[in-house]
Design a protein around this ligand. Structure first.
Ligand SMILES: *[C@@H]1O[C@H](CO)[C@@H](O)[C@H](O)[C@H]1NC(C)=O
Length: 328
């Protein structure tokens, strides 16, 4: 077993020397688990509005719940800065919408971010820059990457470049596609890297995070592109959860054809859109049109999820379990 792995690593290494681009791999970060082998985290999305639209209320409640659950980190599902991302690394919106809003002690942990479509309307490279980490050492943002926690592996995916509309519709907005063009190559590389990372993963729980929805009854609804390109990879690799934002609501949809759960946490600031669409009640476990966030607690055998509103009320609870031996 160990020799097989060594051999595989050796072959990968040789291939990497021969085909440096084709063999690109997702960047991998390690996040330690607690002494008892568990982790807990909060998930928030679509937030950066200088505290307005209840962003500060959400932040305050995240601080309280984060303390109670003794969270290890925060996951952000993107649309970090409205309306047009950051203008550059010195944009004061970084402090005004992030550092000065999420001030609670329990939130002084790593924030693992992805980019949303609004982030691409500004200087996308600024959000990926290590300079932001110097300004606030919680900030971690890459396009697609892995956070490995032993008990669960998180796969962050850059979903904005998958959406045809940002490339085709008349230009109301401009997008920062530096390092994303040529688009076709970029997308196939993302999918390939994700697929191989998932295939190699031996994590008990596999969690994929992106900005855009795969399944949602909200304003934007389900992304057709992700349904075609991303969903089959998640299903083929027994992914347990897909976390996203984009629709400014809190939502839990289960699937009738796989154990995969679709969790939307996009209630970080502006919401109350009032245009939920019909969804099969057998799959729709929960929908809330207002502000809030989600919490996850994960052990080898169990995952608990909870959705909270700005008053700290639990709006929805759900849990899944696996036995200790099986890996699927
Ligand atoms: C803030 O939250 C309260 C309680 O959910 C809600 O009534 C109010 O409309 C929200 N304000 C905004 C601007 O969304």
């Amino acid at each position: 077993m160990a020799t097989m792995k060594k051999l595989n690593n050796f072959i990968s290494f040789i291939l990497l020397l021969l085909f440096p681009v084709a063999m690109a791999e997702l960047h991998r970060l390690e996040h330690p688990v607690n002494i008892d082998g568990s982790i807990s985290l909060l998930v928030v999305g679509d937030w950066g509005r200088r505290g307005t639209f209840n962003q500060s209320q959400v932040a305050q409640q995240m601080g309280i719940i984060g303390e109670k659950l003794n969270i290890d980190f925060v996951v952000s599902t993107g649309d970090n800065f409205y309306d047009d991302g950051l203008t550059g690394v010195d944009d004061p919106a970084f402090e005004e919408s992030f550092t000065n809003v999420y001030t609670a002690q329990s939130l002084q942990k790593n924030w693992y971010n992805v980019l949303g479509n609004h982030d691409y309307r500004g200087d996308a490279l600024a959000q990926l820059s290590p300079i932001l980490k110097q300004k606030d050492n919680r900030w971690i943002c890459m396009r697609s990457y892995i956070v490995d926690t032993d008990v669960a592996e998180f796969f962050f995916v850059d979903t904005t470049p998958f959406q045809d509309m940002y490339f085709t519709t008349p230009k109301d907005h401009t997008y920062d596609w530096r390092n994303v063009m040529p688009r076709k190559d970029y997308l196939s590389q993302v999918l390939k890297d994700l697929d191989s990372a998932l295939r190699e993963s031996s994590a008990k729980w596999k969690i994929v995070v992106g900005h855009h929805t795969i399944k949602s009854a909200g304003h934007h609804g389900s992304s057709e592109e992700l349904g075609v390109h991303l969903l089959p990879i998640l299903q083929a690799n027994n992914v347990d959860f897909y976390l996203n934002g984009h629709d400014h609501c809190l939502e839990h949809i289960s699937s009738s054809d796989s154990p995969l759960q679709f969790l939307t946490s996009g209630g970080g600031s502006k919401s109350w859109r009032g245009d939920m669409n019909w969804w099969n009640p057998k799959e729709m476990k929960f929908y809330y049109d207002g502000q809030g966030f989600m919490a996850m607690q994960i052990t080898q055998t169990q995952v608990w999820i909870q959705f909270f509103d700005i008053f700290g009320n639990i709006l929805h609870k759900w849990s899944a379990s696996k036995d200790l031996v099986s890996n699927i």
